[in-house]
Design a protein around this ligand. Structure first.
Ligand code: DGJ
Length: 779
């Protein structure tokens, strides 16, 4: 709900309040964002207003009529350089006369039922609950510019989004150097700014920076939202924990270069801004034109990180993801990449698919290598016609055979890229991002097509349409494997090169929009060398994203925990792969690989044809467990528990009748026999049955300890050892308890762990990277 009391605006969601007030000087003063406040009259907010009598020393007075106001020491809804505020600005422009000072003051406000859509970018929506929009219109005192600050209140979601729009109503051009989507000023300092950083194969590591002075910036300049610094960030207090304390969550519905800065002023006020990265950005806005920013998402919860995450999860699931797959469980897929890399052909793929079918896979995905002469990563991107040597009967022939096995068929594409070694590059070098006549810096031997050029977008949209129409394709993995360098669009004039990166993203969105509309049944999965473009912009078109090329279970448990702060697990694609793991050479138990992947959109990516019978039996059981519980895992409420040497997750169905828990340890602590699992989110008083799955262990896991139980001596790794291990397995512990949710949540004492003093079937075989998955059913 949005209410206006005189000069005051109050934005309420079910559990939060945001409010602001026009200052006598015309700027909008930010008053509050946090836990719900009950406000009925303008006077009710007076206690929230800062009392200014005399401006602080060595600061600038905004205007002589109001000597008490220095913009440097105010909480503002937007700010700019030049009139005394020297903190991170919301906007920076260069006017026709060369001046760089803006002076925006309140002109009017509009409150609307529903929300306006952004004209060139995706934005959040709500089909079920009320959304209202407030537009504050500001006018620059000197240059005929209008600035709209938009606030969309997603009442039932506890989310407020913001975006802004600059309209050039002057007689001359203006050069826009920066326009943020949001600004939030706090009266105090000492916030913990949490960002999620990493790189290829190690995305989303949480970093906490306590800021009492200075500035911390989280940004990307990769041309994508990037694996280096995801646009999702948090602000909290030092004592905020998973379940207690204040937590603000912020994200951006944008897939390009982004910027989030948190700055503490010399007056101990904290400012947070977020939007398109101003680095090398410049947009020419001609008379009568406007520029709109991406939409920023913000939320607040007093219930710690989990409280904030759960709001974000619901918001992403309901207000960002759209289309047929929004609420549908996703099929268990088998992807060919780590099984065969580029070395694919029809018979190899069919064998792999058949092995997948035998264990319960539902969708077979042919990854890279199927087109042009794509035998390695040096060639053929851009040439999207089938390699007939590998697939003599084309995509449709292969797809039909896969469909005849009872599997759906999916395909990999990388539409935004081109290899120099391709027909497309030879025919259209002018369609590629590179500085004419200058050497280009390469990434994965490929270059980026110029999606700032609408002709390129149209061409590639048609090419992809031909691919997607060529067979009964039910899934597409849309990859993007390099970061930008040598930004230059040959389509744009030289004075507009600062627009290249943003226009690229607009071109990408228009292509994604056309193709997802044209192929509503296809399940699209975003990918950018794993998680190099994991953001709300992509999720506005594709319901899931390949979170990382790293399939190692130990990395994944950390990476998925990282993602879980801002994204629901229903959008995080996760695969079980071979060991030693292809990215880390680490060996983790097959059960752990599954236990972790099962909390995301679970699939397999390994050569099932080469796997042992026992491993295939294990995988078959995993898939059948997953099918039984995937509704809970994908759409339940996700809780993080401990995160350190021990990782804990629980996912509880909406009606709280079913839940799945996971515990994993990183390294064994010698002679620690007892462990507990703490489920979360259960109905306190309801009775649940708590149980685990049947477990059996390969005796080889005990090494030569086998001799402590064997009547004959068995040499470790001998033929005899191998043969016995095929037929003899060790039973694992069984956990089964029935009690109320409150008792279970107090900690389920698990069976004693192996600690070198004995072993029987009531002992937990729990090695490095060991894990368990537990099920809870209300009775
Ligand atoms: C990078 C992706 O992240 C991988 O999963 C795989 O699809 C390769 N590209 C194919 O080139």
């Amino acid at each position: 709900m949005i209410r206006q009391f005189g000069d005051t605006f109050v934005l309420d969601t079910e559990n939060t309040t945001y409010c602001m007030k026009k200052l006598v000087t015309g700027q909008m003063e930010h008053l509050y964002y946090g836990k719900k406040l009950y406000i009925d009259r303008e006077e009710d907010v007076l206690s929230l207003v800062e009392k200014h009598e005399f401006a602080p020393g060595n600061t600038n007075i905004y205007d002589s009529d109001h000597p008490q106001y220095s913009l440097e020491d105010m909480r503002l809804e937007m700010s700019s350089y030049g009139k005394g505020d020297i903190r991170e600005p919301f906007i920076e422009t260069v006017h026709d006369d060369g001046a760089m000072t803006d002076d925006f003051i309140f002109e009017s406000a509009v409150i609307e039922d529903g929300r306006q859509k952004l004209s060139v970018m995706p934005c959040a929506y709500d089909d079920e609950k009320t959304v209202n929009e407030l537009t504050i219109i500001l006018a620059d005192k000197n240059y005929g510019l209008k600035l709209e600050l938009h606030y969309c209140v997603f009442e039932g979601r506890d989310v407020i989004t913001r975006y802004s729009k600059l309209i050039n109503e002057s007689e001359s051009d203006v050069r826009l150097k920066r326009l943020m989507s949001m600004q939030l000023d706090f009266e105090d300092s000492g916030y913990v700014f949490t960002t999620f950083n990493g790189g290829w194969a190690r995305e989303m590591n949480r970093h906490d920076t306590l800021i009492y002075a200075g500035k911390h910036v989280n940004s990307s300049y990769t041309g994508s939202s990037s694996s280096r610094a995801n646009p999702f960030v948090m602000l909290s207090h030092e004592d905020t924990s998973e379940d207690h304390g204040d937590c603000y969550g912020f994200n951006l519905v944008y897939s390009g270069n982004h910027y989030e800065a948190c700055e503490v002023s010399s007056f101990n006020k904290t400012r947070y801004v977020s939007g398109i990265n101003p680095q090398s950005f410049e947009f020419l806005i001609q008379k009568g034109e406007a520029f709109e920013t991406p939409e920023a998402v913000m939320t607040y919860s007093p219930y710690g990180f989990n409280g904030m995450s759960q709001i974000m999860h619901e918001f992403v699931r309901e207000c960002i993801v759209r289309g047929k797959w929004k609420h549908k469980v996703r099929p268990v897929l088998l992807n060919s990449w780590e099984a065969a890399y580029f070395d694919i052909n029809e018979s190899r793929l069919l064998k792999l698919a058949k092995a997948g079918k035998d264990v319960g896979v539902e969708l077979f995905v042919m990854d890279d290598g199927w087109f042009g002469t794509r035998n390695d990563d040096k060639q053929s991107l851009g040439d999207w016609y089938v390699n007939k040597k590998k697939l003599p009967q084309g995509i449709s022939g292969l797809c039909k055979k896969i469909n005849d096995m009872g599997l759906d068929f999916g395909i990999w594409v990388e539409p935004e890229m081109v290899n120099v070694n391709s027909n497309l590059y030879k025919e259209h070098p002018e369609w590629v991002i590179e500085i004419p006549g200058k050497p280009h810096t390469e990434g994965r031997n490929q270059r980026i097509l110029d999606f700032a050029n609408p002709q390129v977008v149209e061409y590639m949209t048609n090419v992809m349409s031909d691919v997607f129409s060529s067979a009964a394709i039910s899934y597409v993995k849309w990859d993007m494997n390099r970061i930008f360098s040598d930004y230059y669009s040959k389509y744009l004039p030289k004075e507009r090169q600062g627009e290249c990166a943003h226009r690229y993203i607009l071109g990408l969105y228009s292509m994604m929009e056309t193709l997802t509309q044209k192929y509503p049944d296809i399940l699209f999965e975003g990918c950018a060398a794993g998680g190099n473009r994991f953001d709300l912009g992509i999720l506005s078109y594709f319901p899931q994203i390949w979170a990382s090329d790293d399939t190692d279970a130990l990395y994944r448990v950390n990476g998925m925990t990282g993602y879980s702060y801002g994204y629901p697990m229903s959008v995080v694609s996760a695969h079980v792969s071979a060991c030693p793991n292809h990215q880390t050479l680490r060996t983790t138990p097959l059960a752990t690989r599954f236990n972790v992947a099962a909390f995301g959109v679970c699939g397999y990516e390994c050569n099932l044809c080469d796997m042992s019978k026992n491993d295939l039996l294990e995988i078959k059981e995993q898939i059948s467990i997953y099918k039984n519980w995937r509704e809970v895992l994908m759409y339940g409420t996700f809780y993080r528990g401990r995160c350190g040497n021990v990782h804990e997750w629980t996912c509880v169905s909406k009606d709280r009748k079913r839940a799945v828990g996971m515990i994993m340890q990183e390294l064994v602590q010698p002679n620690i026999q007892f462990e507990q699992f703490f489920p979360k989110g259960l109905e306190e008083q309801a009775k649940y049955k708590f149980f685990n799955r049947d477990l059996r262990y390969n005796i080889k896991g005990f090494g030569d300890l086998v001799n402590t139980a064997s009547p004959i001596h068995i040499k470790q790794d001998s033929v005899l050892h191998n043969v016995i291990s095929k037929f003899v397995t060790m039973p694992g512990e069984c956990e089964e308890y029935t009690s109320s949710g409150s008792v279970l949540m107090a900690g389920v004492k698990l069976k004693q762990g192996f600690a070198a003093t004995g072993y029987n079937d009531n002992t937990r075989y729990y090695q490095d990277f060991g894990s368990r998955i537990y099920f809870m059913e209300m009775i």
